[in-house]
Design a protein around this ligand. Structure first.
Ligand code: TRP
Length: 342
């Protein structure tokens, strides 16, 4: 029997996960975990931009693990991996950095945008910081994340495509220059590319305070939806523009009754539907989605040892395959110096 195809994907531990993570990532991962050998990585080597707030990063590792369990990821079939628990990531990063010309990082559009955001945050209350070297090379480590378990598929958001391309290029080079060890990984882009923030901003993010978190209670969700941006102001029965109203974006993402949503859009565009009606529907839909997560979360929160076990087992599994891969890498790079004169 051919071995099961492997998947690797990950998230940076910066805080609790929100609906954007669910729509763009978790909902896909939930489907994939049944079919593939999945490695879900908590990338705690790749948060050098949060070095001034280590406690936040450390507690975010638990936030992420709890959110994954609450969302229904199954730690018995998928591996939850703490990146720094597999130090082979650091070693492989160093070897792979041999193969990548700096120009490939200089031209990486996602990296460039992120560096720019660190140096010149658009949030006026925070001062810009300088970019750590570790941040500059994080795409190389992300390549190591993907190649270490010799992953075939990488489910990601669109912004991560340049990194997956880098992984493909690196795999080709390594295989060609040394030994054919790595499958050329393929990207898999999720169903909802991007969810707007509750304030209508193009990005839902913790730093903008425009998220709905997976762990938000029913009242919090209702309140956040009530004050959510719903397009430019208009009179009670004036027709609205569907595209200008992000509430519809959320309904598209989370409302299972596509027929009713499209009927609602039509009425909205023809003679106007009150935003209150729209928002009531969204609140109901979101709370139906989140309620089972709240229940699962409560169970795990009452038994954090199970969360720890999930992280420990998953990291152990990742380490086993990492060691196997590094054995091959050592052989390919002729690293076993001390055997020579035995
Ligand atoms: N850089 C990714 C993000 O910001 C997170 C990540 C780290 C990742 N390692 C990865 C994604 C490996 C896919 C594969 O979302």
């Amino acid at each position: 029997m051919p071995e099961r195809m492997r998947i690797l994907t990950g998230v940076r531990p910066t805080g609790p996960l929100h609906l954007g993570h669910y729509a763009g990532a978790l909902s896909t991962w939930l489907e994939l975990q049944c079919e593939y050998d999945c490695y879900f990585l908590i990338a705690d080597y790749q948060v050098s931009d949060h070095a001034d707030d280590l406690p936040r990063v450390r507690s975010a590792v638990w936030d992420v693990a709890l959110d994954w369990l609450a969302a229904g990821l199954d730690p018995d079939s998928a591996s939850f991996v703490i990146e720094s628990g597999v130090p082979e990531h650091a070693e492989l990063t160093t070897w792979l950095a041999w193969l990548l010309p700096v120009g490939m990082l200089e031209r990486n559009p996602t990296l460039r945008a992120e560096m720019e955001a660190i140096e010149n945050p658009d949030d006026a209350t925070t001062r810009g910081k300088s970019v750590p070297v570790a941040f500059y090379i994080y795409p190389v480590m992300q390549v190591a994340n993907i190649l270490l378990p010799r992953a075939h598929l990488v489910p990601v958001g669109e912004d991560q495509l340049p990194h997956v391309e880098l992984a493909r290029e690196t795999a080709r080079r390594f295989n060609h220059d040394f030994k054919p060890i790595f499958p050329e990984p393929e990207a898999l882009v999720g169903r909802v590319p991007r969810l707007l923030g509750t304030d209508g901003n193009v990005k839902m993010s913790k730093s903008r305070g425009n998220t709905i978190d997976l762990k938000d209670g029913a009242d919090v969700v209702a309140k956040k939806v009530r004050v959510m941006y719903a397009g430019p102001p208009r009179g009670a029965n004036e027709p609205g523009e569907v595209e200008a109203n992000p509430v519809f974006g959320y309904l598209d993402a989370f409302d299972n009754d596509a027929a009713e949503v499209s009927d609602l859009k039509e009425r909205y565009a023809r003679h106007g539907v009150s935003n209150v009606e729209l928002k009531d529907r969204l609140t109901r839909v979101l709370n139906e989605l989140l309620e089972p997560m709240r229940q699962r979360r409560a169970q795990y929160e009452g038994n954090m040892a199970r969360v720890r076990d999930a992280l420990e087992h998953g990291t152990g599994r990742a380490r086993a395959i990492a060691r196997e891969t590094m054995g091959r890498v050592h052989e390919a790079l002729d690293l076993d110096y001390l055997r020579k004169y035995r």
